[in-house]
Design a protein around this ligand. Structure first.
Ligand SMILES: Nc1nc2c(c(=O)[nH]1)N[C@H]1C(S)=C(S)[C@@H](COP(=O)(O)O)O[C@H]1N2
Ligand SMILES: [Mo]
Length: 450
């Protein structure tokens, strides 16, 4: 340890002198980048402090795990065991494989609805929390100790991570593929980066959060108006400004602002997952706002025209090809209609955030499997007439073929399927992601090996 400077006492720090790093820190402290000083002292809201940050933090601590878990479940629902989840190859971040269940029939509707819906609703809370800590993000000098460097690095991943996940998610549900990378890959790996940073942050800050929440009883705080709003006492993290301005709004007001923003977004989002008049309020619902009237009047994701389906392919010349057990069976539409018909009320739920429940009628997939000579398939490969397009084929698990409500649907709500909804025939399976409810089916291959 170098001797302390007798004039200034510098170097005699009882916490220890770390030599070069400490000198660097002092140099940095003396040479602040232009603007930092002005910016950080300009933030003087008397609301900033551990309590308000912890209130927003608690709201996120409750909701973010739900967003994360439902997101991972959505990935699992794509049956990654068949190599059809996006991204295909996730290396050692592979989740344990399991057969996605078919019950309850609304399971995927729930997981994707919660993931997208909550992801939207928490945006004001995220912004509120960032606002409450913003001066900290400009802390100078940038590095005082190894622990602080690690903490700031984790904050970079945390803040960058959540903003990245929100931005890519929102753009994806608006079909705005403006980024030059694959959405699924970015959102999947981004989720892991963010989750790791979140876990580190919670471990580091949970005790502080509990202390801060206990420091001001919520009931009393929510009864405090603007005039009585006082800054919190100085805190070790420096969230409370050194020279706070008089309040322009109470903490109650700040919480109401964020909560009101979340409620507004919730009101504009629920209609994506609820049929009826609420649908008209679903302002974030991309294309297909007006799918027309009648039995086929519900959201269309990819129209027949967009998929390049020619009317000639779907007319009386259309045949369904069933393969399995070394033989091939072909059926025309009258042949399918002559088989036992089954009706089931099932949702179509798209991973992009909308769902709708309709009444479908058609032939049970397990009857088709038996007809093909494979009553106990391990999987089924479904292919569409569509020639190109990412979603022209899907693989179904055994339980998805054998469920009594799993259909090759020919009709919906009592009418023939429209061309846009997949006429002559489409797949409808309980709890199956919409993306695998293949439209304009051309063939089904019932497999005894995956
Ligand atoms: N052949 C084919 N089937 C398809 C698609 C497609 O692009 N091509 N899109 C899928 C997706 S992503 C969804 S969400 C549902 C939507 O069904 P709908 O358009 O009838 O509402 O169809 C699925 N079936
Ligand atoms: Mo979809």
């Amino acid at each position: 340890m170098p001797a302390s400077d007798p004039a200034t006492g510098e170097g005699a720090d009882p916490t220890g002198d770390y030599g070069a790093p400490r000198r660097l820190w002092r140099t940095l402290d003396r040479h602040r980048p232009p603007g930092v000083e002005a910016v950080t002292t300009g933030w003087r809201s008397p609301l900033r402090g551990p309590w308000l940050t912890s209130v927003y933090g608690l709201a996120l601590l409750v909701t973010l795990p739900l967003v994360i878990v439902t997101g991972l479940l959505d990935y699992a629902a794509y049956s990654p065991q068949f190599g059809q989840a996006f991204p295909f190859d996730v290396g050692w971040l592979r989740l344990p494989h399991f057969d996605w269940p078919t019950r309850p029939a609304w399971l995927f509707q729930l997981t994707q609805g919660l993931h997208v819906g909550l992801g939207i609703v928490i945006v004001p809370v995220v912004l509120g929390k960032l606002w409450s800590v913003i001066p900290k993000l400009f802390d100078w000098p940038p590095a005082r100790s190894v622990a602080q460097v690690l903490e700031r690095l984790s904050l970079l991943l945390l803040v960058g991570g959540i903003l990245f996940q929100i931005a890519t998610g929102l753009l994806n549900i608006q079909y705005a593929y403006v980024f030059g990378f694959d959405f699924y890959t970015a959102h999947y790996f981004g989720a892991w980066v963010f989750t790791a940073a979140l876990v580190a942050h919670v471990v580091l800050k949970l005790p502080r959060m509990v202390t801060a929440l206990r420091s001001r009883p919520a009931g009393a705080e929510l009864r405090t108006g603007r005039a009585e709003t006082r800054p919190e006492p100085p805190d070790p993290d420096g969230l409370v400004p050194a020279r706070p301005d008089p309040p322009t709004v109470s903490r109650r007001g700040a919480i109401a602002l964020v909560g009101g923003g979340s409620l507004l977004l919730a009101a504009l989002t629920v209609g994506q997952s609820v049929d009826g008049p609420l649908r008209r309020m679903a302002w974030l619902l991309p294309r297909g706002q007006d799918p027309g009237e009648g039995p086929n009047g519900f959201q269309i994701n990819r129209s027949a025209a967009a998929a390049g389906i020619r009317p000639a392919d779907t007319g009386s010349g259309w045949r369904l090809t069933l393969r399995g057990g070394g033989r091939t069976t072909t059926l025309d539409r009258p042949g399918l209609l002559a088989m036992a018909q089954h009706t089931a009320r099932l949702p179509i739920a798209c991973v992009e955030g909308w769902s709708t429940t309709q009444t479908w009628t058609g032939v049970r997939l397990r009857d088709l499997a038996a007809l093909a000579g494979v009553p106990d398939p391990v999987a089924a490969h479904v292919e569409s007439l569509e020639r190109n397009g990412l979603f022209r084929r899907a693989t179904l698990q055994a339980n998805q073929v054998l469920d009594p409500d799993s259909l090759l649907a020919l009709r919906v709500n009592g009418a023939d399927l429209s061309l846009d909804h997949g006429s002559p025939a489409r797949i409808i399976v309980p709890a199956l992601p919409g993306v695998h409810c293949t439209k304009w089916v051309a063939s089904i291959d019932f497999r005894t090996d995956a």
